[in-house]
Write a protein that binds this ligand. Structure first.
Ligand SMILES: Nc1ncnc2c1ncn2[C@@H]1O[C@H](COP(=O)(O)OP(=O)(O)O)[C@@H](O)[C@H]1O
Ligand SMILES: [Mg+2]
Length: 210
């Protein structure tokens, strides 16, 4: 049965789809059987996957599903049975499909940009994941190097007793560049800082799940 990682955050633009794509690419590159499930009607992850499939030189295989709605529960079961990892990219909401995606998760990853309004915007998602008794981790995304803001947000996260990963992702154009090629940063720019951050994130996630 697959480990299910749901990337959830009711705020749009927080980095959910970017994170889902990069985790999928890195895990597939490590030899895992990876499926991604795009339940966001915007379909950005499905478009990333289409770019990946259209590449002349095949990238590590990732299966895509974008089944949503009433067939979602059965699809989750199917994907779970046939993969090692299932990564779900969710829409910016805490309703129906997003709720089921959180409920089905072994790990709920919540990307948050380091500013107080972004942290406030995550409250609904965090409440939902807590109510469903899921393992939750906040990921600080697009963090400025050092920065007072980052420290302030990290302090606020600690004050609220929220579970945050030590790994963070910086604000790096490499993420968008890789995405536009249907790749993760580990594939498009393996020596970049972005790729180093992604791999550090991956090993922390694997520790969390072990
Ligand atoms: N760590 C990062 N560094 C730079 N840009 C990022 C990073 N994470 C996300 N982005 C950019 O932010 C925008 C929104 O990201 P996206 O993953 O689509 O968010 P969401 O799925 O939460 O709406 C995209 O343009 C994406 O390239
Ligand atoms: Mg998205």
């Amino acid at each position: 049965m697959a480990v299910v990682i749901t990337v959830a955050q009711q705020k749009g633009g927080a980095g959910k789809t970017t994170l889902a794509a990069n985790l999928a690419a890195a895990m597939a590159g490590a030899g895992r059987r990876v499926a991604v499930l795009d339940i966001d009607p915007q379909g950005s992850l499905a478009r990333w996957h289409a770019l990946r499939m259209a590449r002349k030189v095949a990238a590590a295989p990732v299966e895509l599903s974008n089944v949503a709605g009433w067939r979602l529960a059965a699809e989750l079961e199917r994907l779970r049975r046939s993969h090692d990892v299932l990564i779900i990219d969710s829409p910016p909401s805490v309703e129906t499909d997003a709720r089921l995606a959180v409920r089905s998760a072994d790990l709920v990853l919540v990307p948050v940009q380091p500013s107080p309004p972004d942290l406030w915007a995550a409250e609904g998602t965090l409440k939902l994941a807590l109510a469903e008794r899921r393992t939750i981790r906040i990921l600080l995304n697009r963090t400025p190097a050092g920065g007072r803001l980052r420290a302030a947000v990290a302090a606020e996260i600690a004050r609220q007793g929220l579970p945050a990963l030590a790994a963070t992702l910086g604000n790096r154009t490499g993420f968008a560049a890789a995405f536009a090629q249907g790749l993760g940063v580990n594939e498009a720019a393996p020596r970049s800082l972005a790729a180093q951050e992604l791999l550090a994130l991956l090993s922390e996630i694997e520790e969390t799940m072990a």
